[in-house]
Design a binder for this molecule. Structure first.
Ligand SMILES: [Cu+2]
Length: 231
């Protein structure tokens, strides 16, 4: 993982400023890096939701402490020591569906800049499952990453979902047969509206020193951010 220190002020802390935060995030995400491939959700049957019976779509993601897993190749690509989501960060989910996302979180972490992002927002019931336990927030001093979907203000349906992913302990042993410790397994569901193009990113400052640790993997698509297409 990259060196992480305490951050007095970060982009995340501006989120309550609404438009200002959206504008800043859009600016940072505009420095796009290489992105490869799109992961489409698998639809299997239907499920009841707050919007009635809907097609049920599933997405499986992971967060890693380096780039030697996921789409960057086993050598880690251009930035082997960068934290990353995998297998890819461009995602596609169906419109008017219940989407259930499972994220295996293998990385360590620390104190999140803005405790707002240690809380669950926008999921069905406002909860997430962490290792099988339903919660509405996690320890703000032990966040590994967040998965935060949002959109620039447009005329497409609004979609805002943010879940914290708890940190793996610094002293967790490497799991036998794996390059990483056992992950925390985080599952949550949200309901999509109509077609639209959204972005998602991590709001835990896990990048390099630029922009209060919002640089490097935090500001390069394909690592800690990507697109979410509702189609
Ligand atoms: Cu992150």
């Amino acid at each position: 993982m990259l060196t992480r220190g305490s951050v007095a002020f970060g982009v995340g802390s501006a989120i309550l400023g609404g438009a200002a935060a959206v504008a800043l995030t859009a600016f940072i995400l505009s420095s796009a890096g290489a992105t490869t491939g799109t992961l489409s959700a698998t639809v299997s049957g239907t499920a009841s939701s707050p919007k009635g019976l809907l097609p049920h779509a599933f997405l499986d993601l992971s967060t890693y402490p380096d780039s030697e897993a996921g789409s960057h190749g086993s050598d880690g690509g251009a930035h082997p020591d960068w934290v990353t989501y995998g297998p890819v960060t461009n995602l596609r989910v169906p419109a008017h569906s219940l989407v259930t996302v499972t994220i295996k979180q293998y990385d360590t972490g620390g104190t999140i800049t803005n405790p707002y992002f240690a809380k669950v927002h926008g999921t069905v019931d406002g909860t997430e499952l962490i290792d099988g336990k339903s919660v509405t927030q996690t320890d703000a001093d032990a966040v590994g990453h967040t998965f935060t979907i949002h959109a620039l203000p447009t005329n497409q349906d609004p979609l805002y979902v943010s879940v914290p992913l708890p940190a793996v302990a610094d002293d967790a042993p490497t799991s036998p047969g794996s390059d990483y410790p056992d992950p925390h397994v985080v599952t949550f569901s949200f309901v999509t509206g109509g077609k639209g193009s959204y972005i998602w990113n991590c709001e835990y400052p896990c990048g390099d020193g630029t922009y209060a640790k919002f640089g490097g993997p935090m500001s390069t698509q394909g690592y800690m951010s990507g697109t979410l297409t509702v189609a």
